[in-house]
Design a protein around this ligand. Structure first.
Ligand SMILES: Cc1cc2nc3c(=O)[nH]c(=O)nc-3n(C[C@H](O)[C@H](O)[C@H](O)COP(=O)(O)OP(=O)(O)OC[C@H]3O[C@@H](n4cnc5c(N)ncnc54)[C@H](O)[C@@H]3O)c2cc1C
Length: 456
């Protein structure tokens, strides 16, 4: 039958395939922790739908796994190379094919960077609402495949809420179109919704029709500094009880503020032990901001009346709060979500479990959605594995998961299961549900070549 790499070389034009070690190493992993390091057989870059179809068809013929890849900013190992795989890079398929200001929709190729779509939409007074903190680098295809969330999701919903239709190359190389160009549409099963968040395991997304929202005329940002983390979490509930709907509600603990100060030379940690950052938008933004300020001040916060330039800068700092960190065996960032009513209890539990297990902790949260990113880490020893510290880290991570689940939460609010979170999936999803998902996977991908070992 020959060799898959040789066949791909004959199918693809020059410059669309690489097998050199340096490229293979770059494309072997995303930004998630690595459990099982594998080099792909080759990296290929599709530039057209036909390229994707040709690659998938050849891989199907040779029973070779395919790992789709956008920008590789995923943090769950969803784009890590599987054993003996071809990594299929979609980053060159980066054209905005249509932007219709009257329909308030756009049709994009999968490699379009989230920020580029937003820049194009802004010209028409529109925006693409889902804004992962990685929006300047991550792709719409990757956002769709992970059902990415972001800061503005508190008001505008997650990626799935903005995707109307998809073009998808299936495991046999055929191309299908799902969904509709209209905002409404309930014909048949919602296959578009199924592909969103499927992490490259059901098909390769080669096109997306997305809904755009109005770029708000006015935005007000409020920074509320609290003396402790639990009080700041309580502030989130207080705003909800006032029945005001901010676009952004981000929560940072003391560890995150100290880290931002170190990186950016800011003085955030001198101003409080926790920061709640709230943004209201739209024509009622000023009135809503007034209500929010009163509510937060009454809940014990020192509330700033920032000039918008400084407030905007705080949001920007929050977007960068992950810094250049890449998770590894010593540092793991989590992604649990809990019902908002349990937010205060959960942040208290997090602080207690870090102390109990002797591990370091910092937390940022898309608090409006009850979605928290606690990062636990232990200091690394030079050139040797500290088994005892790793054991403490693992115990803290497990505890953060079981406590979130006991509160009615989920193990992943937006980053996906990928490879890393598979070990906890059984704690959340009962066996019959997992079995049904396995059968769906089998239906779409009977030979199991699409991103094996991920997501389910
Ligand atoms: C600094 C930083 C901040 C982040 N902030 C957020 C945040 O606020 N919210 C959030 O949700 N995530 C966040 N993330 C995680 C990450 O950016 C998102 O998961 C993003 O959606 C991944 O997009 P990508 O283009 O990098 O995809 P990749 O990492 O390349 O791939 C992600 C997954 O999608 C699959 N995939 C990619 N493209 C396709 C395609 N065209 N068809 C089928 N499958 C495909 C891959 O196989 C993989 O399973 C952050 C990451 C970083 C590094």
């Amino acid at each position: 039958m020959g060799n898959i790499v040789d066949e791909l070389k004959t199918i693809l034009e020059p410059g669309k395939l690489a097998v050199d070690e340096q490229t293979l190493a770059i494309y072997a992993i995303d930004q998630g922790p690595v459990l099982d390091y594998q080099l792909p057989l080759a990296v290929v870059w599709a530039e057209t739908v036909a390229d994707v179809q040709a690659v998938v068809t050849a891989c199907a013929k040779h029973h070779v796994p395919i790992v789709a890849r956008g920008a590789g900013t995923g943090v769950s190992g969803g784009a890590h190379a599987s054993p003996g795989c071809i990594v299929l890079g979609l980053e060159r398929m980066n054209r905005i094919l249509d932007l219709n200001p009257d329909d308030e929709t756009a049709v994009v190729e999968p490699g379009v960077i989230n920020a580029d779509l937003n820049d194009a939409a802004a010209v028409h007074g529109l925006m693409y609402a889902p804004d992962p903190a990685s929006f300047r680098t991550s792709t719409i295809g990757g956002n769709v495949a992970t059902n990415a969330g972001g800061l503005r999701c508190a008001k505008y919903g997650v990626t799935r809420d903005s995707v109307l239709a998809l073009d998808v190359v299936l495991a046999d190389g055929s191309l299908i179109h799902t969904g509709h160009q209209t905002f409404k549409g309930v014909a048949g099963y919602d296959l578009t919704g199924l592909f969103v968040g499927s992490e490259g395991t059901l098909g390769i997304v080669v096109g997306a029709t997305v809904r755009l929202k109005y770029l708000p005329r006015e935005v007000h940002t409020i920074a509320a500094f609290y003396p402790d983390f639990r009080s700041a979490a309580a502030g989130v509930l207080a705003v909800g009880k006032a029945r005001v709907q901010p676009a952004i509600m981000e929560l940072l603990d003391g560890g995150s503020l100290r880290q931002l100060d170190e990186i950016h030379g800011s003085d955030l940690s001198a101003r409080g032990a926790s920061l709640l950052l709230i943004q209201t938008d739209g024509f009622g933004a000023a009135a809503e901001a007034d209500v929010v300020r009163d509510v937060l001040a009454a809940s014990g916060a020192t509330v700033t009346r920032e000039a918008s330039a400084e407030a905007e800068q705080l949001v920007e700092l929050r977007r960068n709060s992950r810094g250049v960190e890449v998770d590894d065996e010593y540092r793991v960032g989590e992604d649990v979500a809990v019902p908002r009513s349990r937010l205060v209890d959960y942040v208290g539990e997090l602080e207690a479990m870090a102390v109990a297990h002797g591990v370091q902790l910092k937390v940022v949260a898309h608090a409006g959605d009850g979605n928290l990113h606690p990062t636990f880490w232990v200091d690394r020893l030079d050139n040797q594995m500290d088994a005892e510290a790793m054991q403490r880290l693992g115990a803290a991570l497990d505890k953060s998961i079981t406590v979130a689940l006991a509160m009615g939460g989920t193990i992943t609010g937006e980053h996906g299961i990928g490879q890393y979170k598979l070990r906890w999936l059984g704690l959340e999803q009962p066996q019959p549900v997992r079995e049904l998902q396995r059968r769906i996977k089998e239906l779409f991908d009977p030979a199991g070549i699409l991103n094996p070992g991920k997501a389910i």
